[in-house]
Design a protein around this ligand. Structure first.
Ligand code: DLL
Length: 424
C-alpha cells in the first residue's frame, strides 16, 4: 500500500472520519456557496441535520446541470485568487463543466493517484508512459502529478500519434503505461505490426480507465501487450482519475479511497439508497476538497459497492456497467453496451473492435452491431445474433466487417454507440 494508515484505517475510525468531514463540507457549502444554501433551503435541510452517515440521504443531489447553471465559478468555495488549476470536461451539449483546484486539492489529487498507481503495480523508480490527454481533460495532468508523487519517471506523451508512442515505448522501455483501454488495443496492434511479441515489450502494468471496458477487453490487452491491466476510475467533477483503482494481484473491484470520497449507490429512478452489492447509480461526495467540494454528486455511472478485501479496509466498486444515459431500451429490455461486449467475447473468431448503431423503425428502437472479423460468413453472423439473444435477451442485426475497418481510439474516449434515430 502507498498509504497504509489511510488505506487500512480501522472501520470505526474511518466512519468517524467520514462523518466529521461530511459535516464540515456541508457547513462549508452552506456558509460559502449561495447556490448550495438555496438548495438546502429548498430541500428543508440544514447542516445540523447531518448527525449520522445515514442522514446524508436527506440532503439534495448535485447534478451536472448545477455545474452548468453556475458556470464557470459559481460553486467555488474559495476566492478565485486561490485557484491553482482548472480542468473542464466538454460534454456533448451545452457549456463545459468547470472544476477548480486550490493548492490543497492538488496535493490531495496527487495522493489518491499515487495510491492508485501503487495498487496497479507501479513502484518508485519505474518509467511511466502517460498516454492520457494533457490539457483541460483531467487524465494527463492528474496521473502525471500522482506518478511523480509515487516516484515514477513520467514520459508525458499525451494521446494520439501512435507511431511516436510506439517509438518511445521501444526506446525508453517503460514499465507502466496509462491510457484508455481502447487505446491500449490500438498500441497492441501497432506494436504487433512492428514485429513485437508480448515478450519483447517492456511494459508490465497498464492503468486503464476513462471509459467503460470489460473482462474480455482486459484479456485482449494483457495478451497483446504482455502485462497486467487494472481499472482506474474517476471523474473531473469529484477530482479526476484516482477515485478508485483495482489491486494488481486481485484484479477485482477497485479500492475506493473513501477517506476522501464518500460513496453511495442509489436507484436510478427514485434516488433511494440501495444496499451494498446492488447495482445502481454511483453518487459521490468529495468531503476533503477545499476549492470546490460537491455534495452527493450524481455521476450517472452504474456500478455496485463490494466489501473491503486484501488488507485494505476501504470498500471496492465493481467495473462500471455503463452510464444511466447510455442505457438502450429494446422492446422493454434494458441493455448496456458493456453487456453486448461481454457476450461478444463468447464468440470465437471476432476482433475486440465493435460499434453499436441505434436506429428507429416506426415506433420501435432497433440495434445494429458492426463487429470486425477475419471471417465474414453467414454462420458466424448467425452465431453472434444467437449468443446475444441468449445472453442479453435482445435481437440485434449484425454486420461482420473486415479487420481494421472500424474507427480506432485516437487516445481520447472512444464512442461505442452511434445514435442514428433522428436520421432518415
Ligand atoms: O475520465 C477521469 C479519468 C481519467 C478517469 C483517466 C480514469 C482515467 P471525465 O472526463 O470527467 O473524467 O469523465 C468521467 O468517464 O463519469 C465515467 O462515465 C467515465 N469513466 C471514467 N473512468 C472509468 C472507468 C475522467 N474506469 C466519466 N470505467 C465517468 C468506466 C469510466 N467508465
Amino acid at each position: 500500500m502507498f498509504n497504509p494508515a489511510a488505506e487500512a484505517m480501522p472501520t470505526p475510525e474511518l466512519q468517524a472520519h467520514q462523518l466529521a468531514h461530511l459535516q464540515a463540507t456541508v457547513q462549508r457549502l452552506h456558509g460559502r456557496v449561495p447556490a448550495y444554501r438555496a438548495k438546502f433551503a429548498g430541500a428543508g435541510v440544514a447542516p445540523a441535520d447531518l448527525r449520522t452517515l445515514d442522514d446524508l440521504g436527506r440532503f439534495p443531489f448535485t447534478r451536472k446541470e448545477d455545474l452548468r447553471e453556475q458556470y464557470p465559478f459559481g460553486l467555488l468555495s474559495v476566492p478565485r485568487s486561490e485557484l491553482r488549476r482548472i480542468h473542464a470536461s466538454s460534454g456533448t451539449s451545452g457549456k463545459a463543466t468547470v472544476v477548480g483546484y486550490d493548492a490543497h486539492d492538488l496535493e490531495l489529487f496527487a495522493e489518491v493517484v499515487a495510491r492508485s498507481l501503487y495498487a496497479a503495480g507501479a513502484r518508485p523508480g519505474m518509467l511511466f508512459h502517460n498516454a492520457y490527454g494533457y490539457g483541460l481533460f483531467t487524465g494527463g495532468l492528474g496521473t502525471h502529478a500522482g506518478a511523480e508523487r509515487l516516484g515514477l519517471g513520467v514520459v508525458p506523451v499525451s494521446g494520439g500519434n501512435t507511431a511516436k508512442q510506439v517509438e518511445l515505448i521501444e526506446d525508453f522501455e517503460p514499465e507502466v503505461i496509462a491510457c484508455t483501454p481502447s487505446y491500449a488495443l490500438v498500441l497492441a496492434e501497432a506494436l504487433k505490426k512492428r514485429g513485437h511479441t508480448p515478450g519483447t515489450i517492456s511494459l508490465k502494468y497498464a492503468v486503464l480507465g476513462a471509459e467503460p471496458w470489460s473482462e474480455a477487453m482486459r484479456r485482449e490487452v494483457e495478451a497483446g501487450l504482455g502485462l497486467k491491466a487494472t481499472n482506474i476510475y474517476g471523474l473531473s467533477e469529484i477530482i479526476g482519475p484516482g477515485i478508485s483503482n483495482e489491486d494488481v494481484q486481485a484484479q477485482h473491484g477497485s479500492h475506493l479511497w473513501e477517506d476522501h470520497f464518500y460513496p453511495e449507490i442509489v436507484d436510478p429512478q427514485t434516488g433511494d439508497s440501495l444496499p451494498e452489492g446492488e447495482p445502481g447509480v454511483l453518487v459521490l461526495t468529495s468531503m476533503t476538497r477545499t476549492a470546490m467540494p460537491l455534495l452527493r454528486y450524481w455521476t450517472g455511472d452504474i456500478t455496485r459497492l463490494l466489501p473491503p478485501s486484501g488488507g485494505r479496509t476501504v470498500r471496492r466498486m465493481d467495473m462500471i456497467q455503463g452510464r444511466s444515459d447510455d442505457m438502450i431500451v429494446l422492446r422493454g429490455v434494458n441493455v448496456y453496451p458493456s453487456q453486448i461486449e461481454a457476450a461478444l467475447s463468447a464468440v470465437e473468431g471476432l476482433s475486440p473492435h465493435y460499434l453499436l448503431v441505434r436506429t428507429r423503425s416506426g415506433m420501435l428502437d432497433e440495434l445494429g452491431l458492426r463487429v470486425e472479423s477475419a471471417r465474414q460468413d453467414a454462420a458466424l453472423r448467425a452465431e453472434v445474433v444467437r449468443v446475444i439473444k441468449e445472453r442479453v435477451g435482445v435481437t440485434v442485426s449484425c454486420e461482420l466487417c473486415g479487420l481494421g475497418s472500424l474507427p480506432r481510439s485516437e487516445g481520447g474516449k472512444l464512442r461505442r454507440v452511434q445514435d442514428l434515430r433522428g436520421e432518415r
